[in-house]
Design a protein around this ligand. Structure first.
Ligand SMILES: Nc1ncnc2c1ncn2[C@@H]1O[C@H](COP(=O)(O)OP(=O)(O)O)[C@@H](O)[C@H]1O
Ligand SMILES: CC(=O)OP(=O)(O)O
Ligand SMILES: [Mg+2]
Length: 400
């Protein structure tokens, strides 16, 4: 029997998403989520799409280690545990790979130490990724653990795009440059968009808008990333659920000098208490839309700020690419919020962007066009699948 299964762990700051896939036919054997880790109201949802029904467990899960052990126990209860001889690898989403990791990488002690060294550049994400690797290694020492990096797809950005216009020696000393994130999603979605258009990836220029809790835009020319909105850390760029995105760096000096805030307080303010949450008190776009629909002013301004930032990036990346074949929406907000899509594209007829309002209103889990057939630039919704992409890359590495 050849081992053809890959377990994918996507550990976020307060959640773990996981999937067990059989790469022989890309089928899903188990899919689950642990959310609100560290709170009293933690919740684990575990499903086996092939049958057997789902399970939900409520109650406090203290930290990522406990969450991952709970996930392993759920899998074991279905006979799908880490001890299975059919398992070929565990694929881990690792958010920050620095300049070193631009390919999927089998985790050794030395690789793990390097991922740990990158924690200051992704303090909300890399610690959870490290814990995921450690727990999986403890449970099954002989199994290849493969790290797949969010930053990897963006490593092709030209030097002048990746650099900040700051003192070159300082930038070099502190590894300050634009790395970009959500790369597995941008890679998967840009490729799937070319397939949706029925054209070779190498011929297609795409702007991908990954709008989840974290949100980022990328410009992809012929399958190669040439620009993305996140930078040194996942804070730059679009307005997000709890992150500010772009701002004048002098805001930080002002808060420190005039407001007396510490660096950690400002970090927390911009990463965890800004974005939609900071502007209107809700970080979930569903809630923002509901309130804006009722005329709530703070929610309306937050929505408009979110959309305005999107328009700026669509315009900027149209200029970067020169010719755009498709603008594509993905992730929780991009796939579900037709109001965000409509507002982001509204008024961009001059750039060749138009929506088919009826198509935009349709709810579907499938990739689809939401622009009229004769539009100069296609507008599309393409559901992302970071887990499948991570599994594909990890499996290719261990079977090559
Ligand atoms: N039906 C919906 N309408 C609007 N927004 C939605 C809808 N469903 C999910 N979302 C948004 O998607 C976000 C989560 O997206 P997701 O891609 O799962 O994020 P992450 O992977 O960063 O946790 C939620 O915060 C929510 O705002
Ligand atoms: C890098 C990043 O922002 O990830 P997420 O959207 O999962 O928080
Ligand atoms: Mg995500």
């Amino acid at each position: 029997m050849t081992a053809s299964r890959v377990l994918v762990l996507n550990s976020g700051s307060s959640s773990v998403k996981y999937q067990l896939l059989d790469m022989a036919d890309a089928s899903r054997l188990a899919v689950g989520l642990v959310e609100r880790i560290g709170e009293e109201t933690s919740r684990l949802v575990h499903e086996t799409p092939g049958g057997g029904g789902g399970r939900e467990r409520l109650g406090p899960i203290a930290d990522h280690e406990a969450a991952l052990k709970a996930v392993a126990a759920e899998l074991a209860a279905d006979g799908l545990g880490l001890d299975s001889p059919e398992l070929a690898a565990v694929g881990h989403r690792v958010v920050h790979g620095g300049t070193r990791f631009t390919r999927p990488t089998v985790v050794t002690d030395e690789v793990l130490a390097e991922i740990r060294n990158l924690i200051p550049l992704a303090p909300l994400h890399n610690p959870a990724n490290v814990t995921g690797i450690e727990v999986a290694r403890t449970l099954r020492a002989d199994l290849p653990q493969v790290a797949v990096f969010d930053t990897a797809f963006h490593s092709t950005m030209p030097e002048h795009v990746a650099r900040y216009a700051i003192d070159a020696a300082t930038a070099r000393e502190y590894a300050i440059r634009r790395y970009g994130f959500h790369g597995t999603s941008h890679a998967y979605v840009s490729r799937a968009t070319a397939a949706l258009l029925g054209r070779p990836e190498a011929e297609v220029n795409v702007i991908v808008l990954h709008l989840g809790n974290g949100a980022s835009a990328s410009a992809v020319r012929g399958g190669v990333c040439v620009e993305t909105s996140m930078g040194l850390t996942p804070l730059e760029g679009l307005v997000m659920g709890t992150r500010s995105g772009d701002l004048d760096p002098a805001v930080v000096f002002h808060l420190a000098r005039v407001g007396g805030l510490s660096v950690d307080e400002i970090d927390s303010l911009l990463n965890k208490k800004s974005g939609l949450l900071g502007m209107c008190g809700d970080n979930d776009m569903r809630e923002v839309l509901r309130r804006a629909g009722e005329g709530d002013e703070a929610a309306t301004v937050a929505f408009e700020a979110y959309v305005h930032r999107l328009k700026k990036y669509i315009g900027a990346y149209t200029a970067v690419l020169g010719r755009v074949d498709a603008v594509v929406f993905t992730a929780g907000v991009g796939e579900n919020a037709h109001q965000v899509r409509a507002a982001a594209v509204a008024g961009l007829g001059g750039l060749g962007l138009e929506l088919d309002a009826e198509a935009n209103g349709v709810r579907s889990p499938r990739p689809r066009l939401i622009s009229p057939p004769d539009a100069r630039v296609a507008v599309a919704v393409v559901p992302t699948d970071e887990e499948l992409e991570i599994a594909t890359q990890a499996y290719a590495l261990v079977t090559q």
